[in-house]
Ligand binder design. Sequence first.
Ligand SMILES: [Zn+2]
Ligand SMILES: [Zn+2]
Length: 198
Amino acid sequence: MAHQTTLTCQCGAFEAQVAKADPKHGNHLICYCTDCQAYLHHLDKADLLDENGGSRIFQVMPDQITATKGLENLAVLRLKPKGIYRWYTTCCQTPIANTLGTPKFPFAGLAADNLSAQDGLGPIVAKVNEKDALNPVDGFGLSKVMRRTMRRVFWAKLTGRWKKTPFFDVSSKKAIVKPYVLSEAERAAAYGQPDMPS
Ligand SMILES: [Zn+2]
Ligand SMILES: [Zn+2]
C-alpha cells in the first residue's frame, strides 16, 4: 500500500502531500470543542461540522507534510491572543491544520475532510471534548491519543525531524506568515454570542 495522500483546499489552489496517512502514523479523531466549532463558523464553513458539532481531524507530525502547490495561500489565525495556530487557505477559506505556536512541539491536526484516500485513515480512534458536543456523545480514546502524540513528539525532537515543517521557519521559530488574532467582534460572532447593543 502506498501511503501517500494529497491534501487539497476546496478550490484546489493549495495542495500538500501527506506521507504515511495511515493509522500507524496518525490519529483519526473527532473534536467537539467550542473552539473548533467557532473556528469553522468564523471561516463560514460550519457545514463541515458533523451533526454533533464535531470536526474530524487526522493528527500527524509536521514532517509528514510537504506543501506542493499554492503555499502563498496559507494563512494562520488565532481565535484568542493565546490560542493555538489554526491554518487555513485565503483562496477559499478551507481549514487546513491546527498546530501549536512553535515548531519545537511538532504536531499538526489536519482537517481530515481535505485528504484524498479517506479509507487509509482507518477508523475513528478517539472522540474528544465531547462535553461541548451539540448532542450527547460518548467520548473515548483521549489518553491513548495523547500518549501516542507525546511519543511521536519525543522522537521527532530526538531525531531532529521537528525541523522539517511547512508551517514554521525553524531558524527564527516563527510561523511562515504572521498569525492573525480575531478581533473581539469577530470572536463574539464566531462563538455565536449575540451582538452587543449599540
Ligand atoms: Zn483554495
Ligand atoms: Zn477542538
